[in-house]
Design a protein around this ligand. Structure first.
Ligand code: ADP
Ligand code: XUL
Length: 532
């Protein structure tokens, strides 16, 4: 084979629990996958699910040096597996959204001169002003959220500018908290990155710009002008514009990979780094989402996203710049209680086995005989409520469910919530609608069957669960030609389309139409009662 056909593209994903990587060749076929699990492969950082939950239960951080060390480890694992880095023409990646990294004064200099004899975690051990990076699971910044909304004229006004009302996990509010609680560290900070732009900085050997799409998850960027919003910056922290650098297009080539990677791993000197983005935008690319589809990602967090042309920001859900088409936007709804809650119920009610969990779904009836459960182990994002709430067929609260009923109540409840909130954003299920599923739990057919039944539409999957990685490998490839006007859709047209996984069970629509209304009412009741 000539070198042209050997060429490949890498997509990384810095997610909550692990760092993943995937390589595709020129034919867009996956030729390599690898990962590093934070808890088990980097036990020295003592994380659980990749994070530290602090004493107040609201503050959630990850050690930034764990992410650095994970890069050393994953590249070493690829090398040990015989992966040939000399074929990589471009790389890109994604990160869990909203998390922030605080580079200490002088760190840029260190990044510019990475010594190929040493691992990154040795070189960069003193490069961060804040060791524990706030991540998306943090919900400790309610005071900062109130301040920001008040400063710009209210929640809807903030949404009109930044695409979202103030959210605790959004980076601007996290930065405001760091400025208030750690002023010394804030002053020591030369650059603030998102997890995504921090990761691209490591590969670039220089500070990388925050891309428009992930930058939309900060409550700081005007999503229409794609510039930082002066009133938002002002309400957040001083000298913030300088610390953030200018935002960049999500399709931008940032430059060649640092010569560190050429010398240490054999990357070509001209291998390009394409802007990194958020994991949900990365997934949108990986799913090859089209207008009219609805994507459901079942990872640590569950998310629902849509491709939209004419955004109407509201006080629920988020509007982000589209990562693959700068004329478009994406709507995103995030649910914090996703896989970790499913795992808890699996452990408590199915002996820790996905097989037993699935059996319970298979042997229980659609609609669960009218029983409905709402499982918010941690403070939920959509809606902001907490606790486990069980209701019988008469909407009466009950203390417990049998094992089978509990498992179905959890999965049905999670999917009813997704449909209710997507419809609140104006989404309509129409004939021809495809539900595209991704994330760890999309490997489970029985969970997908409930998804198809609740949505009344067929569910499709792609052959890798890592849609964010795949999407970023596609984005790396597209980045090289985007400037010549080639669209992302054109670039991925040769890729395998999503595959049909399950279709709705006959009779599902009848069962779930009335249940959707009941779920919405019960959720509103939980929210009301939690505010009392
Ligand atoms: P993230 O990218 O947020 O780290 P992933 O999308 O990789 O998460 O999903 C990881 C989750 O997938 C695990 O926490 C686990 O709960 C879930 N998972 C893996 N296999 C199954 C299965 N067969 N059934 C249901 N859930 C599964
Ligand atoms: C999205 C969100 C999460 C993270 C982690 O708003 O907070 O989905 O991106 O995956």
């Amino acid at each position: 084979m000539d070198s042209q056909t050997n060429s490949c593209y890498l997509g990384f994903d810095f997610s909550t629990q692990q760092l993943k990587v995937l390589a595709i060749d020129e034919r867009l076929e996956v030729i390599h996958q690898n990962n590093v699990l934070f808890d088990s492969e980097l036990p020295e950082f003592r994380t659980q699910g990749g994070v530290h939950v602090h004493g107040d239960r609201l503050t959630v951080t990850s050690p930034v040096r764990m992410w650095v060390k994970a890069v050393d480890l994953i590249l070493q694992k690829m090398k040990n597996n015989g992966f040939d880095f000399s074929n990589v023409k471009a790389l890109s990646g994604s990160g869990q959204q909203h998390g922030s990294v605080y580079w200490k004064k002088g760190a840029r200099q260190v990044l510019n001169y990475l010594d190929p004899e040493k691992p990154l975690h040795d070189i960069l051990q003193d490069s961060f002003a804040v060791q524990d990076s706030p991540v998306w699971m943090d919900s400790s910044t309610t005071a900062q959220c109130h301040n920001l909304e008040a400063a710009v004229g209210g929640a809807q006004k903030l949404a009109d500018i930044t695409g979202s009302r103030a959210y605790e996990r959004f980076t601007g509010n996290q930065i405001a908290k760091i400025y208030k609680t750690k002023p010394e560290e804030y002053n020591q900070t030369e650059r603030i990155s998102l997890v995504s732009s921090f990761a691209s900085s490591l590969f670039l050997g220089d500070y990388a710009g925050i891309d428009y799409s992930d930058g939309s998850g900060m409550n700081l960027m005007d999503i229409f002008s794609k510039q930082w919003s002066e009133p938002c910056l002002k309400a957040t922290a001083p000298q913030l514009r300088d610390k953030l650098g200018d935002p960049v297009a999500s399709t931008a080539v940032l430059g060649p990979v640092s010569c560190y990677y050429a010398k240490r791993y054999g990357f070509p000197n001209d291998c390009k780094v394409v802007a990194f983005t958020g994991d949900n935008p990365g997934s949108l690319a990986g799913m090859k989402l089209k207008e009219g589809d609805i994507a459901v990602s079942l990872g640590t967090s569950d998310t629902v996203f849509l491709w939209i042309k004419e955004p109407k920001p509201a006080v629920e859900g988020h509007i982000l710049c589209n990562p693959v088409d700068c004329q478009s936007y994406m709507a995103l709804i995030c649910f914090k209680n996703g896989s970790l809650t499913r795992e808890r119920i699996r452990n408590e009610r199915a002996q820790g086995s996905w097989e037993l969990f699935s059996n319970a779904l298979r042997s229980s009836p659609m609609g669960n005989n009218g029983n409905i459960g709402i499982y918010f182990d941690a403070m939920e994002i959509t809606p902001p409520a907490v606790g486990v709430h069980r209701f019988d067929q008469h909407n009466k609260r009950v203390e417990s469910f049998s094992e089978e009923v509990e498992i179905r109540a959890l999965v049905e409840g999670q999917f009813l919530a997704k449909r209710v909130h997507a419809e609140n954003l104006g989404y309509k299920i129409i004939p021809g609608t495809r539900v595209l599923a991704t994330g760890g739990a999309s490997a489970n057919k029985h969970i997908l069957q409930v998804l198809a039944d609740v949505f009344g539409a067929p569910v499709y999957t792609i052959d890798v669960a890592n849609s964010a990685c795949l999407g970023c490998a596609y984005r790396a490839m597209h980045g090289l030609v985007a400037e010549n006007g080639v669209s992302f859709t054109e670039t991925v047209s040769r890729a395998l389309p999503p595959q049909l996984a399950v279709t709705p069970t006959p009779g599902a629509q009848k069962v779930y139409t009335s249940m959707l209304k009941r779920y919405a009412d019960l959720e509103a009741r939980v929210l009301r009662e939690s505010k009392q």
